[in-house]
Design a protein around this ligand. Structure first.
Ligand code: GDP
Ligand code: IMO
Ligand code: MG
Length: 429
């Protein structure tokens, strides 16, 4: 397998964790390159469930894992996750995990500001995960963020916390009208964990470069989905990082020439958590059925996911933006009992047919999906491991996705377990 990037093509929760876990077997290194613990990636191995928010999903296969410079890291959550995985007999020692010294730290005040901002927005809120992701990326761009390398120089770290909080406290008190934060409390919290974090901090870019020179294969694990991307998503109802494959290089400190294969993960239908336009959203019994059968609850916040039919306008957008070389279709089994399945092929807006994803969410909100209807397969498919054994109607549905997206399907997932997977095209050689 060449160096492979895994990205979500929709609005997140496509099943990236499952596919990363599966492909990790064929990789030496697994790297997260953006986002933070807003992500929730679920793996099911021999019936046991693992959820990772920050640590690359490749840790379950005990590969060397890296958190790249493009990730924003809440160190308290990171340590909790290390403890959680250790309890499950997964080795997360510094030998297995390195965090980029350039990665930005999600500070306690970022979480407070995230929540305060959402509360102030009221009905206009984005529906963030409240993990401080946006405020941390804001500080990164404003050049007042704290990075893991700053923890290694604790005197500087303390000084910076005091300085940054002068401004934050002014905003908290006078704009958000909430409690202020004592810098000495923040410093004391970090004092307690810094020694434990230190051995994990490294120059990830250099480690990846040296590894690749020695023929190590890297799997890049995306979080969120293309339509939550800060540049290309349904702005402002997006996350604060660049989610697309191009950022796999930048967010982990490798050159773009190192990316060989780019696999887009596509849920066989569409889901979205949080606010923002979603043209194929269903408000009827079919939407409820997708939500229930698919157990569509957020792995991070536990919120119910909004559900709808597969949208090829967004999938084609993802194919173009990411140079997808293959697709992995997940959760096909969720539609086993459906009589009919719809695919949105374009949008209708003011009597005009739109085929390209609009930038303006006011337009997107008024777009009506144009559907084609396919017969269901009415058969349980979990347990099938050979593509040729899939029911004909399931194969036709998949063939239509390939035809409309112009991207080959390489993997089909038919259940949450690692084993419930059909490898359609070998990407391992
Ligand atoms: P991620 O954020 O993209 O990694 O996706 P999540 O883990 O948040 O959500 C995907 C959910 O679907 C998880 O609960 C997975 O265990 C589950 N899942 C993944 N693939 C399949 C599949 O093919 N069929 C079914 N039924 N569940 C799946
Ligand atoms: P994974 O990696 C689904 C959504 C939030 C909200 C918006 C902004 O599991 O696919 P943020 O906290 O990032 O500022 O919230 O983005 N969101 C996700 N939705 N899956 C995710 O990650 C998400 N990460 C963020 O619900 O609408
Ligand atoms: Mg998720």
């Amino acid at each position: 397998m060449g160096n492979t990037v895994i990205i979500g093509t929709q609005w997140g929760d496509e099943g990236k964790g499952k596919i990363v876990d599966l492909l990790s077997k064929h990789a030496d290194y697994v790297v997260r390159f953006q986002g933070g613990n807003n992500a929730g990636h679920t793996m099911v191995v021999n019936g046991e469930e693992f959820i990772s928010h920050l640590i690359p999903s490749g840790i379950i296969q005990q590969k060397k894992c890296f958190i790249g410079n493009g990730v924003v890291v809440d160190p308290f959550v990171l340590l909790e996750e290390i403890d959680y995985l250790t309890q499950k007999n997964i080795d997360v020692s510094p030998d297995k995990l390195k965090i980029s010294n350039r990665a930005h730290i999600i500070m306690p005040y970022h979480k407070v500001i995230d929540t305060a901002r959402e509360t102030k927005k009221g009905i206009d809120k984005i529906g963030t995960t409240g993990r401080g992701i946006g405020p941390c990326y804001e500080d990164k761009a404003a050049r007042r963020g704290l990075r893991f390398c700053d923890l290694l120089d604790f005197e500087y770290f303390k000084e910076k916390v005091r300085k940054v909080l002068e401004e934050k406290n002014f905003t908290l008190e006078h704009y958000f009208k909430t409690d202020t934060i004592d810098p000495e409390d923040v410093i004391a919290r970090f004092e307690k964990i810094k020694e434990r974090l230190n051995p994990y901090i490294a120059d990830v870019s250099v480690l990846l470069f040296n590894g690749m020179k020695n023929n190590k294969t890297v799997l890049f694990e995306g979080a969120q989905g293309v339509h939550l991307d800060i540049e290309h998503g349904t702005y402002p109802f997006v996350t604060s990082s660049s989610v697309v494959s191009g950022n796999a290089a930048n967010g982990s400190g490798v050159g773009p020439g190192n990316l060989d294969e780019i696999i887009g993960i596509v849920k066989a239908y569409t889901t979205r958590v949080g606010a923002g336009p979603f043209p194929t959203e269903l408000f009827d019994a079919t939407g409820d059925a997708l939500q229930k059968i698919g157990s569509e609850f957020g792995a991070t916040t536990g919120r119910k996911r909004r559900c709808g039919w597969l949208d090829m306008v967004i999938l084609k957008n993802a194919a173009r933006l990411n140079s997808l070389t293959g697709l992995a279709i997940t959760k096909l089994d969720v539609m086993d009992d459906f009589d009919e399945i719809k695919i949105c092929t374009s949008y209708e807006y003011n009597d005009i047919i739109i085929k390209d994803f609009p930038a303006d969410i006011k337009i997107l909100s008024e777009c009506k999906p144009v559907y084609e209807t396919h017969p269901g397969w009415k058969q349980k498919i979990t347990g099938i491991t050979d593509f040729k054994d899939l029911p004909e109607n399931a194969k036709k549905y998949l063939a239509r996705i390939e035809e409309l997206s112009c991207v080959k399907i390489k993997i089909v997932s038919v259940g949450p377990g690692r084993e419930a997977t059909i490898i359609k095209e070998d990407i391992f050689s």
